[in-house]
Ligand binder design. Structure first.
Ligand SMILES: [Fe+2]
Ligand SMILES: [Fe+2]
Length: 315
């Protein structure tokens, strides 16, 4: 009877010390990100030459990162048709990027709603929202410049995300954010140095990679903290919801309308992409940094891990 209150006091002290440590860490991370934002931020409207004509014979996305690359269908396509597919896939990925960023902006606004407005953590979130505003406009401009249509996600995914971005501030939503950001980021890191690619696409991806590194850091650190502080049921839910998101994501990554729009049979193209070992490797390489991190902080366990496996993103 007498020892119980003492034990609880010690435990309470530990919890408090951990919480203070996490909050201090949160401020330090945000201060560093604010510093880096002050030094390396870009205005795409003035930084890039939007009036320069497109270059004849160049790709809009590195061929090895185009979904059909290396398949029997790809080998039957002319170079012109392959490059046209890269133009449509770049537009499809940019559309997906804008969708993610709009979700993320709303998530961030809701994340900071109850937090101290002068904290570095909130000031950095506002900085990131400003980054994403510029990015979304930049991606939209890139789609228009390339002349391909925009490619919205399916009605179902559009509405699933409407629910997520309206109600969730949990670790699950940060895990989903990272899923969107990190695979696209990995592809963009291979795109901006590639001289076979259109100059405007290289410029857009270079700006995005520089600014995105901070976003990934912010989301990772927040997710790491939340996976320590969240109740057990919420950590379990994060494992399952992120696994399910990975499954949806791997299917929705490229809008299959791109195949129809370059004159291919959509069903045959989708089947060949699904069967492509090269494509599986590309997607797993793109996801590896993320899956290593999620594994480290305990997201890839149990049923969640099985879902990640079935998405094809985890080997
Ligand atoms: Fe972005
Ligand atoms: Fe971002």
């Amino acid at each position: 009877m007498t020892s119980a209150p003492t034990a609880m006091t010690v435990a309470d002290t530990d919890v408090l010390r951990d919480a203070l440590g996490l909050l201090k860490d949160r401020e330090q991370v945000a201060e560093r990100l604010l510093d880096s934002s002050a030094k390396h931020s870009f205005d795409p409207d003035t930084e890039l030459d939007w009036d320069a004509p497109l270059e004849e014979g160049k790709w809009f996305w590195p061929p090895e990162l185009v979904s059909l690359y290396g398949t029997p269908l790809w080998k039957r396509m002319s170079l012109e048709q392959q490059q046209d597919l890269s133009r449509h896939e770049a537009a499809s990925l940019a559309s997906l990027g804008i969708w993610f960023e709009i979700i993320l902006m709303q998530l961030l606004v809701r994340h900071i709603y109850d937090k101290p407005v002068t904290s570095a953590h909130v000031r950095y979130a506002l900085t990131e929202i400003a980054d994403e505003c510029r990015h979304s406009k930049m991606f939209a401009r890139m789609i228009q410049k390339g002349g391909a249509p925009t490619y919205p996600v399916s009605r179902l995914n559009h509405n699933l995300a409407r629910v997520l971005k309206t109600v969730s501030t949990t670790p699950g939503s940060f895990a989903c954010t990272l899923l969107g950001e990190e695979i696209l980021d990995w592809m963009q890191r291979l795109t901006f140095p590639d001289e076979r690619v259109q100059t405007i696409v290289r410029g857009v991806t270079r700006i995005h990679v520089v600014e995105e590194a901070r976003h990934v850091r912010y989301a990772r650190e927040e997710l790491r903290r939340q996976m320590v502080t969240a109740p057990r049921w919420e950590r379990e839910l994060t494992r399952i919801s992120s696994g399910e998101a990975a499954r949806v994501f791997s299917v929705a990554f490229v809008n299959p309308q791109v195949y129809t729009n370059v004159g291919l049979d959509r069903r045959e193209a989708v089947a060949q992409v699904r069967a492509s070992g090269h494509r599986r490797e590309v997607m797993q390489n793109g996801a590896r940094r993320l899956t290593d991190f999620l594994d480290e902080i305990g997201v890839l366990r149990g049923a969640g891990r099985r879902l990640w496996r079935s998405s094809g993103l985890l080997a």
